[in-house]
Design a protein around this ligand. Structure first.
Ligand code: PHE
Length: 339
């Protein structure tokens, strides 16, 4: 009888798949009304001698089953842990790889460069650390000029000795650098970092980005300047972005202007961005002063040209409605991830 039950148990054990069926199996064989107790009932009816013998066998069988159940329990446990650990949801969306992206200032600069390239301009580069001559003297700002005041300019000791160097306060020194090596006619823009020794607030940074523009030929006039810059702003901000020029002064241009753009946020009705003026100040410009041509080694009155300097940070802020310039260099990922 034990043999028959043992065979059945072995078969049942093979079918076993999880913790619950293991428990069912235990009840079926070792439970109060289980197979083993059924045998026991029968053993009880036997004669004393036979009873002792069968009782021993039954006990051994019981231990055998308990051991087998214990082993199976271990197996089921390992299998279910494995299942949990190695479980893979093939329908889950994959983890996106981190992809870098352009800084808002770079985005705008690329647009600026593309627009000017399409208008026949080349993009050139120049050093951030300048001599005082390139940054000031060559541009008609002699030693006593107020723009050279310690408050505006970062001076840097020259390791080679001699006069201090400066962190360029504008991109205009590249007018000289380019003209020293090139003959007109030409059209260039020169983007880059510039530095001003001033306190920072929502609209001031001590490190900002500009691009210089310079176009030189025999018969360049203010009309050429206005046409090009009008076209530039309309491509960057849309057809309503017309410009106006206001008289101004720069030592290196004559005449000089401030360039204003019609406020594209309120159609000139007046808003917070333009402080109700209807116009936005975009930068300085003018016809190249003949003094500057001479500094670069050209003959006075042989050439004419216009130059301008616009702030890239300002253009980016207007393009993306950023109201604090410090966000651009702050490195806050919550801000940068929006672009
Ligand atoms: N360099 C001037 C500035 O930084 C801008 C400018 C450039 C003005 C070229 C006239 C011509 O303020």
């Amino acid at each position: 009888m034990i043999d028959k039950v043992r065979k059945k148990f072995a078969e049942d054990l093979k079918k076993l798949s999880d913790k619950q069926s293991l428990e069912d199996l235990r009840v079926k064989y070792l439970g109060r009304k289980g197979e083993l107790n059924k045998i026991l009932e029968k053993v009880k009816t036997l004669g004393e001698k036979e009873r002792a013998e069968h009782g021993r066998q039954l006990n051994a069988f019981k231990q055998e089953i308990e051991q087998l159940l214990k082993d199976s329990w271990q197996k089921v446990k390992t299998a279910s842990r494995q299942l949990a650990e190695e479980w893979l949801d093939i329908t889950a969306p994959g983890a996106k790889p981190l992809v870098g992206h352009w800084h808002p200032r770079t985005l705008v600069l690329r647009e600026i460069e593309n627009i000017f390239k399409s208008l026949g301009f080349s993009v050139v580069d120049g050093p951030e650390l300048e001599t005082q001559w390139y940054n000031f003297e060559a541009l008609n700002m002699p030693k006593d000029h107020p723009a050279r005041d310690m408050q505006d300019t970062f001076y840097v000791k020259n390791p080679a000795g001699g006069e201090d160097l400066v962190l360029r306060t504008h991109t205009s020194p590249n007018q000289i650098r380019f003209m020293e090596k090139n003959e007109p006619p030409f059209r260039i823009i020169v983007p880059g970092k510039v530095f001003r020794n001033e306190a920072t607030d929502a609209s001031h940074e001590y490190q900002l980005h500009q691009f210089e523009g310079l176009m030189v030929d025999k018969n360049i006039s203010v009309a050429n300047f206005k046409a090009i810059v009008d076209e530039f702003f309309q491509r960057l901000y849309g057809p309503k972005a017309k410009i106006r020029l206001r008289p101004s002064f720069f030592p290196f241009t004559e005449p000089s202007f401030e360039v204003d753009m019609a406020c594209v946020f309120c159609d000139q009705k007046g808003c917070r961005v333009c402080k109700n003026a209807g116009w936005l100040e975009m930068g300085g410009a003018g016809m190249v002063n003949q003094f500057v041509f001479e500094s670069a080694g050209y003959v006075r009155n042989e050439w004419q040209g216009f130059a301008f300097g616009f702030g890239i940070d300002r253009l980016a802020m207007l393009k993306y409605h950023i109201n604090d310039i410090r966000l651009l260099t702050g490195g806050d990922m919550r801000f940068l991830k929006q672009f």
